[in-house]
Design a binder for this molecule. Structure first.
Ligand SMILES: O=C[C@H](O)[C@H](O)COP(=O)(O)O
Ligand SMILES: C=C(OP(=O)(O)O)C(=O)O
Length: 394
């Protein structure tokens, strides 16, 4: 067994308990001894409980590698998404799946249902499964499968990384490309080989760190409008991420590295509504594209079209309203509206959501973050979107 595979359960909890009892857990920890050796123990990491080394990206990718078929699927689907965004493929990009993955078995079950439907709809829809392993929170809350795979605050990130890869391999094995949100700046080294479309979320869209990251990612990236509805920051992101950058990152051996990137010309907007209400109406789409065209090359993905997220601020996180948004978008697409390259839906096996709880107390196939559309309703809505594309063609 590799040293990174040994877990030290409970260390962080023991440290938390020590703090509550008025003791300083740093005194006994390994890194404090190192810091004392170099004479800085009194002044650095005074609020860090533990630095527990993770496996390197190379170790994780070696443990769960993509086989040739999976690699081919990632490559061809990235190219297909690019073609849809550039208007060379008249299908509709549909990013659909749970708000977050907490139960690998339910996620793979969902993937098989979606894959079956995909075989009937893939001449009109380019289906990409949402597999979100990292959740950005408004304040605090469960941060996703990678951060806390046991959903109990034990934060076993090593386990989370390996589990996330197993889920990714299974979804690709079912024949579906995968979409995810990139949140932690170093985590893409562990999973991005399996990803065909990436998002930078509303809470990070103005972050230089995430724009730099997007500039080096190998797939199209959607920047969401900010939570207050600002579209300008997301357009700035598309512009910034298209440029080359040099920044702090890690290499495949996990070593801190100066990362130099080429720039990513495949970034585009995702309209997700805001705390002030939806922004998926005809006029909002027109204005967003007009603004993008002022700042970005006319031929770029971001100037040609955008993705509409039917969830979040566009539905007030209500799955019934989310379904209505998809119905409205279908009607507009069928009527020939241009500029909508794709849509995003939050959907799981069971509709709605349940409060976060230990895994053995959760209902199967239901979200523990945002409310999702049920599988049967999702299947109906996907058929409606496919029909809309057919009508748009004719
Ligand atoms: O998509 C998920 C949530 O909307 C996002 O993570 C924010 O969630 P929160 O406001 O419940 O923290
Ligand atoms: C967090 C998400 O979205 P947003 O960034 O739009 O809130 C999400 O899609 O899971």
């Amino acid at each position: 067994m590799e040293s990174w595979q040994e877990s030290k359960p409970g260390e962080a909890q023991a440290a938390q308990e020590a703090i509550h009892q008025g003791r300083n857990p740093l005194v006994e920890s390994e890194f404090t001894r190192w810091e004392d050796e170099v004479g800085v123990g009194r002044i650095v990491n005074r609020r860090v409980i533990e630095l527990d080394p993770l496996p390197t990206p190379a170790q994780v990718l070696t443990e769960y590698p993509l086989d040739k078929a999976a690699q081919d699927l990632v490559l061809s689907s990235r190219e297909d998404i690019r073609s849809v965004l550039l208007g060379r493929d008249d299908r509709l990009l549909v990013i659909v799946g749970p708000c977050s993955i907490h139960d690998p078995q339910a996620a793979v079950d969902y993937a098989h249902r979606l894959a079956e439907l995909n075989s009937k709809l893939n001449d009109r829809l380019l289906l990409v499964m949402r597999a979100y392993f990292e959740k950005p929170r408004t304040t605090v809350g469960w941060k996703g499968l990678i951060n806390d795979p046991d959903v109990d605050g034990s934060h076993n990130i090593k386990k989370g990384l390996l589990l996330a890869r197993r889920v990714l391999l299974a979804i690709l094995g079912a024949g579906l490309p995968v979409a995810t949100e990139f949140l932690e700046p170093t985590s893409p080294q562990f999973i991005s080989d399996a990803i065909s479309w990436g998002a930078i979320g509303a809470r990070n869209t103005e972050s230089q760190v995430h724009r730099q990251l997007a500039s080096g990612l190998s797939m199209p990236i959607g920047f969401k409008n900010a939570t207050d509805g600002d579209i300008g920051v997301a357009i700035d992101s598309c512009y910034t991420a298209a440029q080359p950058h040099t920044f702090f990152g890690i290499n495949h051996e996990g070593r801190a590295s100066a990362v130099q990137t080429l720039g990513n010309p495949e970034c585009h907007l995702v309209l997700r509504g805001s705390s002030h209400g939806p922004n998926c109406d005809v006029e909002s789409v027109r204005i967003a594209l007009e603004q993008a065209r002022k700042k970005l090359p006319r031929a770029s993905a971001a100037a040609r079209g955008l993705v509409i997220d039917a969830s979040h601020g566009n539905s007030g996180k209500d799955e019934g309203r989310q379904a209505q948004v998809i119905e409205e978008l279908s009607a507009r697409i069928a009527a020939g509206e241009r500029g909508i390259s794709g849509v995003m839906m939050e959907s799981f096996i069971v509709g709605g959501a349940q409060p976060t709880a230990p895994l053995d107390q959760l209902a199967y196939g239901q979200s523990i973050t945002d409310r999702c559309i049920s599988w049967p309703r999702t299947a109906e809505l996907l058929s409606l979107l496919a029909q809309a594309v057919e009508e748009r063609r004719s």
